[in-house]
Design a protein around this ligand. Structure first.
Ligand SMILES: C[S@@+](CC[C@H](N)C(=O)[O-])C[C@H]1O[C@@H](n2cnc3c(N)ncnc32)[C@H](O)[C@@H]1O
Length: 305
């Protein structure tokens, strides 16, 4: 198992996702003689997991069953141990698209936080790209490094335990894209500029507050970044369902019938069954503003030296 390569069967040392239901999953480190308790009873790793195909149903000790799933960055995002606030898949998808991430890309990121975005970046830039990620909290940097090893993506990422505003990303002139998720991104704009390839690249900064966005835009403009755009991603998921629509009753048919037979009475409570969608009654609200050096700029831009 690796987060960037699919395997057919569960092996000792894998991180598998145990799926009890859409709202109930957990990441499990598969260990010889290990056990995991669920509300359906225990799962014994040696007999119930190791050697089973990913996607299999596994029966727990109390008779209920769960599914054992191959990990993906999306499943990791909803199951990872939270050490910080994290980015979720709706924002991550937009960031990936707007930064034009693809296999082989070199990306700089700070802060690493809980590694939610990092895993999605790694899956996208594998097998030949590289992520340089900077986290100034020592324990968080160590823990995420350990996870990258366990998820077998460590060869694609360098974790640096330093302050990105003071010490930058530790690389110069290599990045196709830079991503910032720190409280004071305007202080890291100069280092983002130095990390990028000389012929340019893409930048995104995530901030929850509009005052942070304003300061970041000022710093970006002062550094020669142009065509800035800020967007907010709000997802509305509509419910697709079947509804019954009552048919109107227009009374008996009064057109003359040549056969003089009385018109049949309308069917009582006639209704039509159709598929339709209903908008959500509530939805996830604001997460943050994403400020980009806009990819809609068709000119090839050159960073000012
Ligand atoms: C909100 S979290 C990032 C979450 C991450 N994007 C994710 O999806 O898991 C912000 C992280 O930035 C780190 N941080 C804040 N300022 C920093 C700086 N100047 N240099 C490096 N890391 C910094 C914090 O320690 C924290 O772990």
């Amino acid at each position: 198992m690796s987060f960037v390569e699919y395997s057919e069967t569960v092996q000792e040392g894998d991180v598998a996702i145990v799926y009890l239901g859409h709202e109930s999953m957990m990441a499990v480190k598969v260990q010889k003689n290990g056990q995991t308790q669920t509300r359906y009873g225990a799962i014994r790793h040696s007999s119930d997991l190791i050697g089973k195909r990913y996607g299999s149903k596994v029966t727990c000790s109390k008779g209920g069953w769960v599914l054992v799933l191959h990990p993906t960055p999306e499943l990791w995002t909803v199951n990872l141990p939270h050490r910080t606030q994290i980015l979720y898949t709706t924002d991550i998808a937009t960031i990936t698209m707007m930064l034009e991430l693809k296999p082989g890309a070199v990306v700089c990121e700070s802060g690493t936080g809980s590694g939610s975005l990092s895993h999605a970046i790694l899956r996208t830039i594998a097998p030949t790209g590289h992520l340089h990620t900077v986290e100034f909290h020592k324990q968080r940097a160590l823990e995420v490094e350990q996870e990258f090893r366990e998820h077998r993506v460590a060869h694609l990422v360098s974790v640096r335990n330093q302050d990105v505003c003071l010490d930058g990303f530790g690389v110069a002139g290599v990045a196709d894209a830079v991503f910032l998720d720190i409280p004071n991104p305007w202080e890291a704009v100069g280092h983002a500029h130095s990390a990028m390839k000389r012929h340019g690249g893409r930048l995104c900064s995530f901030s929850p507050c509009i005052e942070q966005v304003q300061r970041t835009c000022e710093a970006l403009a002062a550094r020669g970044f142009h065509d800035l755009s800020t967007l907010e991603v709000l997802l509305r998921v509509h419910d697709v369902r079947t509804v019954g629509l009552p048919l109107p009753d227009f009374g008996p048919d009064r057109t003359p019938d040549p056969a003089q037979t009385p018109a049949p009475p309308p069917a009582p409570h006639a209704s039509l069954s159709i598929k339709t969608t209903t908008p959500p009654r509530s939805m996830a609200g604001h997460t943050g503003y994403l400020t980009f050096k806009s990819p809609f700029d068709l000119r090839c831009f050159t960073l000012e030296e």
